[in-house]
Design a protein around this ligand. Structure first.
Ligand code: ADP
Ligand code: NA
Length: 328
């Protein structure tokens, strides 16, 4: 049988953190043999907020090395940089012209990032979800494995596809589905557990990066905000401890009840020590492989070029078809 297609991406805007890994990238690795996968480094998304040019270029290579280090296998996955395939920008313009502004006005991520001051942010940030829709629709992806914060953007992608298809009375685009796991779909900030962990949070203590060394991990987990109840239990009313437990659950694969039994009668200190140990053990092999990949820049560039060359024909075919349908 023909495999279903999967598309997803991460922005090269900073250090990749546990939220990116457990909410998204790790699930790509787990599902990779089942699907035909396209994983992108979305650098065009990264410029929707100000970013230093050299940093962007370096982050893009670092993210590619991490994709490989966590276990994405080139037998199953095509890995490439968004800006290397110009059809992303081209389809994005066309779909911008088919997306009502009212739909974009309702996107909560834009509202959060714009912080009530539309003069402080670009039109690119506003149109971000349309570029994301273009990424997904270009390849007729069936599934989009993402963290919970992207649920609304995948819904919008479906709405745009549906609107376009019904306007032209033909199935030009495939309607994609978000793939969001129950465990670790929203890892919270370690400093302020009511916010999600994010690359763009100015507080470096708020996240654990995949490349943090054991000492740093221990310190950050030690300082992570919890509460005064001192009960190691999953409880949506207590997002701090619950998010830490979600991390533990994701990396150990244990059931919630098993975890709560494991820490019954114990305090946050014991739990945090065990969590730190498990985290260090999980990240060590990833870090080791990361440094091997990042130290072979020629090979990395080669992989990215091959990835772009491999996906380009299907992107071109989609754009050609869309232009014909629209009359361009
Ligand atoms: P960030 O928001 O940290 O800048 P991206 O926007 O590049 O990260 O998102 C990359 C992927 O990581 C997306 O699938 C997103 O849903 C997921 N993700 C980001 N933050 C978290 C989080 N705190 N918990 C779970 N998943 C997350
Ligand atoms: Na995000």
């Amino acid at each position: 049988p023909v495999k279903k297609r999967t598309f997803s991406g991460v922005q090269p805007t900073g250090n990749i953190h546990l939220g990116n890994y457990l909410g998204a990238i790790r699930n790509w690795v787990e599902g990779q043999a089942q699907y035909e996968n396209i994983f992108c480094i979305v650098d065009l998304h990264a410029i929707t907020l100000p970013i230093d040019a050299r940093e962007l270029h370096e982050n893009t290579r670092k993210l590619a090395a991490l994709y490989l280090a966590v276990g994405l296998d080139l037998e199953h996955c095509k890995l490439f940089v968004q800006s290397h395939v110009q059809e992303h920008a081209e389809l994005s313009w066309i779909l911008n012209c088919f997306t009502p502004m009212g739909w974009l006005n309702r996107m909560t991520q834009f509202k959060t990032k714009a912080a009530d001051d539309p003069d402080s942010v670009s039109n690119g940030l506003y149109s971000y979800p349309v570029l994301m829709a273009s990424d997904i629709l270009l390849y007729h992806a069936h599934y989009v494995p993402v963290g919970d914060d992207q649920r609304q953007h995948v819904e919008l992608t479906r709405d745009i596809a549906q609107r376009f298809n019904s306007l032209y009375k033909q199935p030009v685009f495939t309607l994609p589905q978000a793939q969001i796991r129950d465990v670790a779909a929203r890892i919270m900030s370690l400093s302020e557990p009511t916010k999600k962990m994010s690359k763009s949070d100015p507080d470096p203590q708020s996240r654990i990066n995949l490349l943090d060394d054991p000492k740093v991990i221990k310190k950050k987990i030690g300082r992570a905000q919890t509460d005064s109840e001192r009960l190691v239990k999953f409880d949506p009313q207590r997002p701090g401890i619950t998010s830490l437990l979600g991390i533990y659950q994701a990396i150990t694969g244990k059931e919630q009840a098993v975890i709560e039994a494991e820490f019954e009668g114990k305090g946050y200190g014991d739990f945090k020590a065990t969590l730190t140990e498990q985290l260090v053990a999980t990240l060590e092999p990833i870090q080791k492989r990361y440094y091997e990949y990042i130290n072979d820049m020629g090979e990395l560039e080669n992989i990215l070029k091959q990835g772009a060359d491999a996906v380009r024909p299907s992107a071109q075919e989609t754009v050609r078809n869309v232009k014909t349908v629209v009359g361009l």
